[in-house]
Ligand binder design. Sequence first.
Ligand SMILES: *Cc1c(COP(=O)(O)O)cnc(C)c1O
Length: 425
Amino acid sequence: MIFENTRAFAQQLDSQDSLNKYRDEFHFPKVNDKEVIYFTGNSLGLQPKRAKAYVDEIMNDWANLAVEGHFYAEKPWWDYQERFAKPLSKIVGAKPLEVTVMNTLTVNLHLLMVSFYRPTKNRFKIICEEKAFPSDQYMFQSQVNFHGLKPEEVIVEVKRREGKHNIRTEDVISKIKEVGDELALVLIGGVNYYTGQVFDMKTITAAGHEVGAYVGWDLAHAAGNIKLELHDWNVDFAAWCSYKYMNSGPGNASGCFVHEKHHDNQELPRFAGWWGHNKERRFKMEAVFDPIQGADGWQISNLPVLSLAPYLASVEMFDEIGMDALIEKRDRITAYLEFILHEIDKEVTSSFEIITPSNPSERACQLSVFLHGEGRSLFDYLMKNGVITDWREPNVIRLAPVPLYCSFEDMYSFGQILKRGILEK
Ligand SMILES: *Cc1c(COP(=O)(O)O)cnc(C)c1O
């Protein structure tokens, strides 16, 4: 499609957009009395208006039923997480038994590493990406220390090539081959939080298995953003937070995937708790742990139902729309934003560079823009003028035109504000 950098053209794209009506389903913050242009749905998604009713329902059931709510609430609390299995499994390309919702993301990755990172004398190395999200780096280091090993002898980072912003799949594969028999685990962010690069998870997973390693994915920036086929890709495990693209609310619960092939494996250690115990027998208070079949068997505690409620509202909205429609709009609006950025770049003297891959199959809903010659003052200008974006050192702003609630007109308006911000400096 040939794009135009005009308001009329952007409005025309909005009028053709079948998801445009979902914009009204979200609360937008206001700056100068106007709804903001929200580019940080990759950090904290906007609040779906329907989430409140789900939370109120729990509050009312608690008031009216108290402890009886566990079994007699409209949506009983004791197995509330089961309501996620079907819709969530469609979002991540899994079987319903392979997904559950529990804890928070880093906690779940730790728990999954308990099962899937069991270093031996000969097989103990972990491959991750260079400059992984800090929480993941701390997790790797502390897991390795916990096993009495040295991080510098265990953790192998796949690097970017000199002067490049993104990591090549072939470099991941050759690193996997190089580490070979010593490789215990590959664990990478499926979509890089900084550049927005989407990794070829299918190919990398297969390569890890070929040398006998387990392969897991941190899907913080992938869940609800890209097409995932976790089951078919034969991924061993994965986890994601729900407050980014999935709009579940600040710090909210994490989703978690364990491939069916591991469900019956009694050899896999896990840190257990009563909520992972055989559901029918949970309240018999038996002494010996008998895990539930499936990902639910990795649960530990009683469910945080109040926080699951807005996540459920959101997951049901995703189910209504379907990932295919979302992805179709995502590609178009991201391409439009890219076009706008290039147009503005031509009109101003100081230049900027999009460090996200330009190939649509290697990116999703995020463009990371490296500002040459512009600094934090431009970022501040954007924020003051109703463009909510984020700043990452040294000089990058990340823009996520979330297809659920961003409009094409937002992209046009953003371009105009950006241009003014650069010219007025
Ligand atoms: C956002 C993010 C996290 C956050 O982890 P929490 O445990 O939910 O705070 C972890 N990993 C990646 C890659 C992220 O982008």
